[in-house]
Ligand binder design. Structure first.
Ligand code: LLP
Length: 409
């Protein structure tokens, strides 16, 4: 049960009315519920309890250090894709032996950093990357634990821009290349092949592609005859953004993973991002202007695509809710848009939305994953603040970026 919900027609986050915060803090701002984050983490873990997996939260979904600290306390590790994310994960207190590092284009500097910090695994995505890691490890007189990422060529039903497991995608190694790689890796003396990893895409609402991926992994284990110490099954578990989105059911998958783990005697790693933080935040924004268009009314918000990219980038649906609900409906179409000078700076359209006024505040829902972490300074707008609510307590966990600093740097 989410801790962001209406009580007597007023939107609440935990024990705090969102309207009170909208009047107190400068909008727009991200507003997180601590309890939603812990509930999601625990429920994800409980789905796979029998497997006792290592959960490495995917930092790209949300890299706010305070959020990472909450997750660290819950026992999370981290999945990182850059030196910056690695340093943030470490700064939050997450131990190196719970950190995995993926990404197709790791630089020498990033590889050196990962080796120096003794992280659990560098998940290698190409033969040439392995050669480079081996060379750097040799220079540093280290033996580096690596995983190798498989591209299973599986089509997961999701938006085409967030699929990662098809042959045409740049991620991982194809089955055949991976098998050859495993044969040849003995030549790379400073590498220690400990894991096989996979990640087929994001916002996946069916468990079937995950099950299929497990089959491909079995096939590879049997062919290579390698006892991988870890099998990293990635992230990608979808959440319900829309009323009609069906909920992913992880039970069957979890049973299959349990059997798999027993059969191959390996430790399972997951890298969820969205499932942990997606529904943990809203973006509180003011209706700057109402404007009559030729065939609809525009509600022009003070938050734009620079603050929240998902609708512009992936045609994602994020509901926008009034902070105070009313029964008064207005006929016709209302479109919520942002101030950025691009036609794609639009959020969502409604028919017969409730009556709203200029200067009212509204909440863009489910923005905790790939919200703040994807935001930018486009149109030279400062990054907005992030606030965290824990029951009645409210904390600014990132200040709004200083405009003068932004223009002078
Ligand atoms: N592991 C790897 C290797 C990944 O590339 C990703 C996400 C994850 C884990 C976490 O996936 P999740 O559990 O959050 O689905 N910006 C897009 C999503 C991009 C996902 C990139 N990789 C969006 O807003 O939908």
């Amino acid at each position: 049960m989410s801790s962001i919900k209406y009580k007597n027609n007023t939107l609440f986050i935990e024990n705090t009315s969102v309207k009170t915060l909208a009047l107190k803090y400068r909008s727009p701002f991200y507003l997180y519920s601590n309890s939603n984050i812990s509930k999601n983490f625990k429920s994800f873990y409980n789905n796979f309890k029998k497997i006792n997996p290592l959960i490495c939260f995917s930092v790209k979904a949300n890299s706010n250090i305070k959020i990472l600290r909450i997750l660290k306390k819950l026992g999370s590790g981290a999945d990182v894709v850059s030196g910056g994310e690695l340093l943030k994960a470490l700064k939050s207190g997450i131990k190196p032996n719970k950190i995995v590092f993926s990404g197709v284009g790791k630089t020498e500097e990033e590889i050196r950093l990962a080796i120096k910090k003794n992280i659990l695994l560098i998940n290698v995505e190409s033969e040439n990357e392995a050669i480079l890691i081996n060379k750097i490890s040799n220079q540093m007189r280290k033996s580096t634990s690596i995983g190798i990422r498989l591209n299973p060529d599986i089509n997961a039903p999701t938006h085409k821009k967030i699929s990662t497991g098809k042959a045409e995608d740049k991620f991982g190694l194809s089955k055949n290349s991976l098998i050859t790689f495993c044969r040849d890796i003995k030549r790379l003396k400073n590498l220690n092949l400990e894991a096989i990893s996979v990640h087929i895409g994001s916002q996946i609402l069916s468990e079937n592609p995950f099950k299929k991926t497990l089959k491909v992994l079995e096939e590879i284990i049997l062919k290579t005859k390698i006892n991988f110490k870890y099998v990293d099954l990635g992230g990608g578990f979808g959440i319900t953004y829309k009323k009609n989105d069906k909920k992913i059911r992880l039970k069957d998958y979890s049973n299959l993973v349990e059997k798999f783990k027993k059969k191959y005697n390996c430790k399972i790693i997951f890298e969820p991002g969205r499932a942990i933080v997606g529904n943990s935040a809203i973006l509180v924004t003011k209706i700057q202007y109402l404007k009559k268009g030729a065939n609809k009314v525009f509600a022009i918000l003070n938050a734009g695509m620079n603050d929240f990219m998902r609708p512009a980038l992936y045609d994602a649906t994020h509901n926008i809710l009034p902070l105070i609900k009313s029964n008064k409906r207005v006929k016709g179409t209302l479109e919520f848009v942002g101030p950025i000078c691009e036609s794609t700076c639009r959020f969502i359209k409604y028919k017969n939305y409730q009556k709203i006024n200029q200067s009212d505040y509204v909440a863009i829902m489910d923005v905790g994953a790939y919200g703040a972490s994807l935001s930018s300074n486009y149109n030279t707008k400062p990054l907005i603040a992030e606030l965290l609510v824990t029951k009645k307590k409210v904390k600014v966990i990132r200040q709004q970026q200083d405009l003068l600093k932004l223009i002078n740097h």
